[in-house]
Design a protein around this ligand. Structure first.
Ligand code: ADP
Ligand code: MG
Length: 308
């Protein structure tokens, strides 16, 4: 549903995207992860037909973003990373305005707007002025806006950024509903743990290059051969540290009381050997495993030192 082929974008001398190849299948939720300036928004703008690529191709729902922008826009809902200022416009009017822009007949608009407001939990704000809404509400309204023409594909640029934890959870629940409706979603973030639960696949981008891509566990297993491990011991803490420090595969050992976290660069066999060494030294190990749930760790591990 979404594909980029050797996509490259230059802003003057700055290469914001370099040979980006993405492939997102129908019904999948793809998390686009990277620090500020990585090229996430640039990629999304190109896919939304709002920015021309310098080189390469991009397709949405099979349509070429450069040659068939109209069809792309019809298939796609794009939520930018900013929300404009809307003086004197009420929530329902705002959605009506965008529905009209998509040539949806007035008779149909009303029920679409009622449904959308319900989906994003803003039914009781239909008559509130847009500028009076909280940031979380505005973000949800922005999401509703990109759904007025019921597109199959959604491109959401950091929809959870700047939200408090509660508003973030609310946004995530709505995104889960959209996933349940079979939408194909490309969503960007630098708040990584937010995406882990939601996404089928993630792609990590840095300095315009895709440096890791795949299922969350695959990426954490490491295209670059790095995983993040957690070890917990009941006692003999110092002895455990000594064993871990001695391993050539352990990096960035972080020591939190009885907990250890570290990056591991060896194979599965090396991992087994390390566990044997700990147990062989008489250390009561109660936990020894990969830290899968923490995407932040994975991200730090794989982006470490890239391009710098
Ligand atoms: N309109 C522009 N003109 C020049 N440089 C830009 C423009 N937009 C973005 N950039 C630069 O391109 C790079 C990628 O930016 P962007 O796609 O916004 O990254 P992200 O969304 O991942 O933070 C950054 O170095 C940014 O400064
Ligand atoms: Mg951005």
């Amino acid at each position: 549903m979404i594909q980029t082929v050797h996509l490259t974008k230059q802003y003057g001398k700055l290469e914001a995207l370099h040979d980006l190849n993405l492939h997102i299948e129908k019904g999948k939720v793809f998390g686009f992860i990277g620090p500020n300036g990585a090229g996430k928004s640039t990629t999304m703008l190109i896919l939304a037909t709002l920015l021309a690529p310098t080189d390469g191709k991009a397709y949405v729902a099979g349509y070429d973003v450069v040659k068939e922008p109209k069809q792309v826009r019809q298939a796609l809902g794009y939520m930018p990373d900013f929300f404009g200022v809307y003086d004197n416009l009420k929530t329902a009017e705002y959605l009506d305005f965008y529905a009209a822009a998509y040539n949806i007949p007035p008779a149909k608009r009303k029920s679409i707007i009622v449904d959308l407001l319900e989906l994003v939990n803003l039914s009781d704000k239909a008559d509130a002025y847009v500028d009076s809404l909280s940031r979380g509400m505005k973000q949800r309204l922005g999401l509703a806006r990109c759904l007025v023409h019921s597109p199959d594909v959604l491109i959401l640029d950091e929809p959870a950024s700047g939200l408090d934890p509660r508003a973030r959870i609310e946004m995530r629940e709505i995104l889960k509903q959209l996933r349940g409706m079979g939408k194909t979603i490309l969503i960007s973030s630098h708040i990584l743990p937010e995406l882990a639960e939601l996404c089928d696949e993630i792609g990590v981008i840095e300095k315009g290059r895709l440096i890791a891509c795949g299922a969350v566990e695959e990426v954490s297993a490491g295209t670059r051969g790095i995983s993040v491990m957690q070890v917990k011991v009941l006692q003999s803490h110092d002895a455990a540290r000594t064993v871990l420090q001695a391993s050539p595969y352990v990096r960035r050992l972080d020591d939190k009381g009885s907990h250890f976290r570290f990056q591991f660069t060896g194979t599965e066999v090396d991992k087994a050997v390390l566990l044997q060494q700990l147990i062989g030294a008489g250390i009561p190990v109660v936990h020894f495993g990969e830290s899968k749930e923490n995407l932040e760790d994975v991200f730090l591990a794989i982006t470490e030192g890239v391009g710098s």
